[in-house]
Design a binder for this molecule. Structure first.
Ligand code: NDP
Ligand code: DXP
Ligand code: MN
Length: 380
């Protein structure tokens, strides 16, 4: 029996992780949860799963939650995310919070040698060199939850890294894949949140529409699999059936396929190297699908992908700037303070005006992250 601590329990990945836990009560117990503000959803989760430790974003949320539950320990704030991640009774940490707020918890769990299932890609984008160095030092594997990275992880299984020609990451194209740049001028938040294949949280859905999600995933793949950027390609594949591929020296390509269902990679990260049945997930019917489409990624159409390659290749503090500017810009867009096309402007300006730091330590990364957010919010 594994005790699971789930950061971001009320979100899209969080709720699907709970589906997986529910499927296997003999294997997994929900030990701890952390969430932000969604007290109603959290109350349901607490009633159903009775976690021993609960972490909430702030004191106001704690007071609100106390009206609905007399349940156990309620901790508050970012330090409590670290505390629950380090808790001796936590066997597995599922990090499914949105944004670089998840970084400290990942590092804490690594230092306490926890099994880590990582959905929180911003952690790896903003401080990949620090996270991977710590993982190596403490001998901890980061098991990918992101569908593309789970696919790559499976395609690399049992193969030698030196034989890899390239990784091919697939991109659906997001909500606006059929629109020209001119047509992007008038798009609304509601339009942007309408992803063609996946039902996800708001921030990642906007990232998918700008193609920043794929940019973040390229950087995530670089760190998780220790692959240089020149060997990471992105192609558009509108059905999201092939979740990603690896080409080897002999030109063999190993791909992982499946219906778009995040419960599959979530469960694999929890059960690796074993596989368990997952009855609610549907079998892939290729005959019914019949045709899969692929096309070249157009970097002029999706400049955010180019920004991410640029930040990843240059390294140092630039990925932190990319990530912080993007998080602030998406938040502003979701609150209708800026337009969809202004998201990329905010990111480009932040990257252009940044005083580059070659080897930022954790303190510098946190300071840059805060500075970029402050500057962005001041401007809009
Ligand atoms: N959704 C998906 O299918 C996929 C997501 N990912 C990645 O997984 C991560 C989560 O995405 P997703 O589930 O879609 O996001 P959601 O927005 O749906 O959920 C985010 C979760 O984080 C919680 N949260 C936010 N801020 C804090 C905080 N300060 N302290 C504690 N909890 C906090 C939210 O709480 P509350 O809502 O209560 O405020 C919520 O539970 C992201 O990094 C995303 O890129 C990767 C692949 C696929
Ligand atoms: C489910 C998942 O892993 C998302 O990151 C998904 O990949 C988003 O789809 P696109 O970014 O390809 O539109
Ligand atoms: Mn993904």
């Amino acid at each position: 029996m594994k005790n699971i601590t789930l950061l971001g329990a009320t979100g899209s990945i969080g709720l699907q992780t709970l589906d997986v836990i529910k499927e296997h009560p003999d294997q997994f117990r929900l030990y701890g949860i952390a969430f932000g503000k969604n007290v109603d959803k959290a109350t349901e989760i607490i009633k159903a799963f009775k976690p021993k430790i609960i972490v909430v974003q702030d004191e106001k949320v704690r007071k609100e939650l106390l009206i609905h539950t007399d349940q156990s320990t309620i901790l508050v704030g970012r330090e409590a995310l670290d505390e629950v991640s380090a808790d001796p009774k936590t066997d597995v940490l599922v990090n499914a919070v949105m944004g670089s707020v998840g970084l400290s918890a990942t590092l804490t769990a690594i230092r306490h040698k926890k099994q880590i299932a990582i959905a929180n890609k911003e952690t790896l984008v903003t401080a990949g060199h620090i996270v991977m160095e710590a993982a190596k030092k403490y001998g901890v594997d980061l098991l990918p939850v992101d569908s593309e990275h789970s696919a790559i992880f499976q395609a690399l299984n049992g193969e030698s890294r030196k034989d890899v020609n390239k990784i091919i990451v697939t991109a659906s194209g997001g909500s606006f894949r059929d629109k020209t740049r001119e047509q992007l001028r008038g798009v609304t938040v509601k339009d942007a949140l309408n992803h063609p294949n996946w039902n996800m949280g708001a921030k990642i859905t906007i990232d998918s529409a700008t193609m920043m999600n794929k940019g973040l995933e390229v950087i995530e793949a670089h760190w998780l699999f220790d692959i240089p950027y020149d060997k990471i390609d992105v192609i558009q594949h509108k059905e999201s059936i092939i979740h990603s591929m690896v080409e080897y020296a002999d030109k063999s390509v190993i791909a992982q396929l499946g219906t778009p269902d995040m419960r599959v990679p979530i469960q694999y990260a929890l059960t690796y190297p074993d596989r368990l049945a997952l009855p609610p997930s549907k079998s892939l019917d290729l005959v019914e699908i019949s045709t899969l489409h692929f096309s070249k990624m157009d970097m002029d159409r999706f400049p955010c992908l180019a920004f991410a390659y640029q930040a990843g290749r240059k390294g140092g503090s630039l990925p932190t700037v990319l990530n912080a500017a993007n998080e602030a810009a998406v938040d502003l867009f979701l609150r209708e303070k800026i337009t969809f096309l202004e998201i990329e402007e905010v990111i480009e300006n932040a990257m252009t005006n940044h005083s580059f730091v070659k080897q930022p330590d954790l303190e510098t990364i946190n300071a840059i992250d805060q500075e970029i957010r402050n500057k962005t919010y001041e401007k809009y």
